[in-house]
Design a protein around this ligand. Structure first.
Ligand code: MN
Length: 202
């Protein structure tokens, strides 16, 4: 089993009351685990691909190195595994905005409030299931949306911040009120981690 469910590194109730423990538990142990299982199943006949990290698989998604018969599975389940692994690490309460990300957001978007407004709109207005992202694209920050479990990595972009807006990410606590979940999300962004992400290029 080349791909495994990563530990969160914190307890399921750590993000209360913003993201509830039951949602975190089901999201991690059921939803994320299923992406991992289905990715492993899809790659079972391809040992030469199993040695690659999920990020490497996604970078190769649109090349002939990923056989056509498993492209959809890598896109959906590889994307799901990578996106969720990234998302868990972003979440922590009581970390205030600090460091280089603060400066780069101000210089790119004019102010943090303007960035927050645009990112929130991307998250709230995305139709159906998907993600809103802050990514690095050729060294420049931009906000983008992806549908389903599509990953910015497959498009050559490096995720810096992201929010899962599938209903499974918020329905137990917020029901249809996605905007309330997105508002709550700002209380659990680990800006230290976002600063770390800014230094990486995938
Ligand atoms: Mn999810």
């Amino acid at each position: 089993m080349p791909y495994i469910l990563p530990e969160l590194g914190y307890s399921y109730d750590s993000l209360e009351p913003f993201i509830d423990a039951e949602t975190m538990k089901i999201h991690h142990t059921k939803h994320h685990q299923t992406y991992v299982n289905k990715l492993n199943s899809a790659l079972s006949e391809f040992p030469e691909l199993q040695i690659l990290s999920v990020q490497e698989l996604l970078k190769l998604l649109n090349t002939s190195q990923i056989p056509d018969k498993i492209k959809t599975a890598v896109r959906n389940h590889g994307g799901g595994h990578a996106n969720h692994s990234f998302f868990w690490q972003l979440l922590k309460k009581d970390v205030s905005l600090n460091g280089k990300i603060s400066d780069v957001i101000n210089s790119t978007f004019g102010s943090f409030d303007k960035f927050k407004e645009n990112f929130t709109a991307a998250a709230v207005n995305l139709f159906g299931s998907g993600w809103a992202w802050l990514v690095l694209n050729n060294g420049k920050l931009e906000i983008m949306q992806t549908q389903n479990q599509d990953s910015p990595i497959s498009l050559g972009k490096t995720p810096v911040l992201g929010i899962d807006v599938w209903e499974h990410a918020y329905y137990l606590k917020y029901q249809n009120r996605r905007a309330d979940y997105v508002t709550a999300f700002w209380n659990v962004v680990d800006w230290e981690r976002v600063n770390e992400n800014l230094k990486k290029t995938i």
